[in-house]
Design a protein around this ligand. Structure first.
Ligand code: B12
Length: 210
């Protein structure tokens, strides 16, 4: 098995302690950081997302794989910046005001990061004004998560605040979370909805590529 394939397998199996030294070894052997990223890490996360959709992987496996990928990304980041690899786009992600559930939001953030997006993780209980501020700081996508039926309306409030700030045409709004549906997303004027983290990556890529 090639070193790149070993990195891929270790991410899929969520073995951060194996992935990190193997990525260091690949860099030491002169492998380009963007090759390790695309053919090792991102390819592994795409497979993890597929296994999740096929019901072979569940949330814990996906989280562990995502953590292994994040650990490897930390090592690659300085090289990627030095190589000038442009991120696909900048995403401000957070759980809406009043909502403290962050597991799904963090999973979506990690998968987006693994797919090459730059992430501004705003955390939980994020006010509409904070999302507006993130757009002013360069976010091209606002990704909102809500797990409670009582906090879902804050997605609409945030979209209204973005409109009031005159920024609605400058940003893509993506929404998700267990109670959110495609119909709700279009009702509140969001640009996209995805039911899980791997679908969120596909949706974000499709929307940013126009
Ligand atoms: C864990 C949990 C908690 C934890 C949260 C810990 C944490 N750090 O997140 C704690 C204990 C704090 C908690 C508190 C509460 N909870 Co709670 N909680 C849950 C539970 C069991 C799991 C949620 C979870 O993490 N799921 C796993 C993740 C991976 O899935 P996910 O979040 O849906 O995310 C996926 C997709 O939705 C999507 N996605 C998510 N976000 C986004 C964003 C975008 C942009 C996109 C595209 C996609 C996307 O991708 C993700 C990955 O595939 C759910 C039950 C359930 N089945 O959902 C209840 C649940 C959400 N909680 C509930 C309730 C009622 C509460 C409390 C009000 C309880 C109370 N009385 O205090 C409080 C509210 C606190 C608050 N203000 O937020 C209810 C909500 C009912 C409703 N209809 O509104 C649920 C459904 C339980 C129930 N059946 O009653 N909770």
């Amino acid at each position: 098995m090639s070193l790149l394939e070993e990195i891929r397998q270790a991410v899929i199996e969520g073995q951060a302690k194996v992935v990190v030294p193997k990525v260091e070894q690949a860099l030491a052997e002169g492998m380009a950081a963007d090759v390790i990223l695309n053919d090792g890490l991102i390819s592994a996360m795409a497979e993890v997302g597929q296994m999740f959709e096929d019901g072979e992987f569940f949330v814990p496996e996906m989280l562990i794989a995502a953590r292994a990928m994040s650990a490897a990304l930390e090592i690659l980041k300085p090289q990627l910046v030095a190589q000038g690899v442009e991120p696909i786009g900048k995403v401000a992600i957070g759980t809406v005001k009043g909502d403290l559930h962050d597991i799904g939001k963090s999973l979506v953030a990690m998968m987006l990061e693994g797919a090459g997006f730059e992430i501004m993780d705003m955390g939980v209980d994020v006010s509409p004004d904070a999302f507006v501020g993130a757009i002013q700081n360069g976010a091209q996508i606002v990704a909102m998560s809500a797990l409670l039926t009582t906090t879902m309306p804050n997605m609409k409030t945030t979209i209204e605040a973005i409109k009031t700030a005159g920024l609605r045409d400058d940003v893509i709004v993506l929404v998700g979370g267990a109670p959110v549906t495609e119909a709700y997303a279009s009702e509140i004027g969001a640009d996209g909805y995805a039911p899980d983290a791997s679908a969120a990556v596909r949706k974000a890529k499709a929307l940013i590529e126009g």
